[in-house]
Write a protein that binds this ligand. Structure first.
Ligand code: BGC
Length: 521
């Protein structure tokens, strides 16, 4: 049956079972893995805008900022070493995610989270007690390894535990924790910057141990997912777990599908080589493009450097940190919106709406800055003008927070068949980290050269990614993970890559006979 004949219904197979307290609880614990990532994202911008920190580790940046008051505003924070402080973590996370993929597949999702938590804990201690730049960067690297492991395992864990119809909601718990971590970090920076004696930055960096402690301990109590138990040959435990997480004994259909998926997976000896097969082309493309696009929204310009950015446009130190708290709050609340809409409206609507909103705001913010600073960057903004800039930055953050933020982690974690899931997720994490690294490393320099045009630059990318979603990303809401292949098969473009023989899911679902109900665009 030709792929084109399959009609999209937007509905899908629904296994029996409900959202049990057990699943809710384990998902909340696992999602706390997002806290460590978020805390990191939020903490470095504030710390690098503290004078005592700059004086100790980056005296040349300090001098440039203070002695040369008249230099171009756009360029006063441009320092490769300072950027290296923020970005080194993401490079480490990138490399770690490949090792994490092996741990996740061979030992289960849980031990990957535990490993991430412990490494992160050591990194936090090194940073809090840092005496020199070496300890500082080494600490950042350990934190990065922790993030690599957590980001590899948590999204997959959540997507596997969740019943299909609530997968979006539970998975976004991860993103919600990221945003709470960022906000906590912003608030802590705001408080510690006021500590007399210039050691506030130590508290900021050292407190990363708190979220690390939570996920390290929490992971010890987590059960592994049925998918992972079956994959590792523990069939009885998997049945037991599936009954427990679905709250019913009627799990045979889902169990059989998981076993079928696992049998398929066993045939694949080399997930890394296999992911290059033609039939996985849609998933591979998404594993690369989704995280790439997520970072090219430019969000981390705000998340990492909000205090620095706000200082650049003329805010005082205090106001700059406060504005970062405001964007942090917007980020958390807007993420909650996606939790309650993602499984109803679907992924595509959120992507398209959020993209449009971000684009408009980027054009407005770029223009507002252009009008005042032009290209020589010599001006300060009046209070009301600056408030206007912050307002549009907040609307932009909200657009991101209910679209690319959560979906950038949700969609890749739900589209890979089991045999390539760990490998696929590694690609997702490492591409994400690579571009997080590039933006962290290049932003201050880009700001110095592109000036207000930087906002247009990211706006251009948002236009491209929104168009891409419109044409190439099928709807995945409510589709059981192990049936996702039907969605690709039904898609006008990706369907060509999947032969009928490639479809063995759902205990003999045949394509095109009316039982094929994968949602699609
Ligand atoms: C992204 C981060 C970003 C954060 C903001 C996450 O989904 O991966 O790079 O800083 O959202 O909330």
């Amino acid at each position: 049956m030709a792929g084109g004949a399959i009609v999209s219904t937007g509905a899908s197979k629904d296994y029996p079972g409900k959202l049990t307290f057990f699943v809710l609880f384990t998902s909340i614990v696992a999602a706390t893995g997002g806290l460590i990532f978020g805390y990191d994202i939020g903490i470095s911008g504030g710390v690098t805008s503290m004078n005592s920190f700059l004086l100790k580790f980056f005296p040349s940046v300090y001098r440039k900022e203070h002695e040369n008051q008249s230099t171009n505003q756009y360029c006063k924070f441009d320092s490769q070493v300072l950027q290296m402080f923020t970005s080194s973590l993401y490079l480490a996370a990138l490399i770690a995610s490949f090792f994490a993929s092996v741990v996740t597949r061979m030992f289960g999702r849980k031990w990957s989270m535990f490993g991430g938590g412990i490494t992160f804990l050591v990194g936090a201690a090194l940073n809090g007690f840092a005496k020199n730049i070496l300890m500082l960067i080494l600490g950042r690297i350990l934190l990065g390894i922790g993030v690599g492991f957590a980001n590899q395992s948590v999204p997959v864990y959540l997507s596997e535990m969740a019943p299909a119809r609530l997968r979006g909601m539970l998975n976004i718990g991860f993103q919600l924790m990221i945003t709470i971590g960022i906000l906590a970090a912003n608030l802590i920076n705001y408080g510690t910057s006021k500590i007399k004696g210039g050691w506030g930055w130590r508290v900021s960096l050292g407190l990363a141990a708190v979220p690390a402690g939570i996920i390290t301990l929490g992971s010890l109590f987590l059960p592994d997912t049925p998918n992972s138990l079956i994959e590792r040959g523990h069939a009885d435990e998997a049945v037991h777990m599936l009954r427990r997480i679905r709250g019913t004994d009627d799990i045979h259909e889902e169990y059989n599908d998981l076993v079928a998926a696992s049998e398929e997976a066993k045939l694949v000896k080399h997930p890394w080589r296999n992911i290059l097969d033609r039939k996985y082309r849609p998933q591979l493309t998404m594993a690369i493009l989704i995280p790439f696009f997520q970072q090219l929204t430019g969000i981390n310009v705000i998340m990492f450097y909000a205090p620095v950015l706000f200082k650049t446009i003329g805010f005082g130190g205090n106001a700059a940190l406060m504005s970062a708290v405001i964007t942090g709050l917007v980020n958390v609340f807007a993420t909650v919106v996606s939790i309650f809409t993602v499984d109803k409206l679907g992924r595509r609507k959120l992507f398209l709406q959020g993209g449009g909103q971000m684009l408009v705001c980027q054009i407005i913010v770029g223009t507002l800055i252009a009008i005042k600073f032009g290209t020589n960057g010599e001006a300060t903004l009046s209070k009301s003008y600056a408030a206007f800039v912050v307002l549009f930055i907040c609307v932009y953050v909200a657009g991101f927070a209910w679209s690319w933020g959560p979906l950038g982690w949700l969609v890749p974690s739900e589209i890979f068949p089991l045999e390539i899931r760990s490998a696929g997720q590694s690609i997702n994490v490492s591409v994400n980290m690579l571009f997080t690294f590039i933006i962290a490393q290049a932003f201050l320099t880009m700001l110095c050269h592109l000036k207000f045009g930087l906002f247009y630059f990211f706006g251009g990318w948002v236009l491209i990614m929104t168009t891409f979603v419109a044409f190439f990303l099928p709807e995945t809401k409510n589709v059981p993970i192990e049936e996702m292949i039907l969605v690709w098969k039904a898609h006008w473009f990706w369907g060509k890559f999947i032969a009928d023989e490639d479809i063995h899911v759902g205990g003999g679902i045949e394509m095109g006979n009316g039982r094929s109900k994968a949602g699609s665009k």
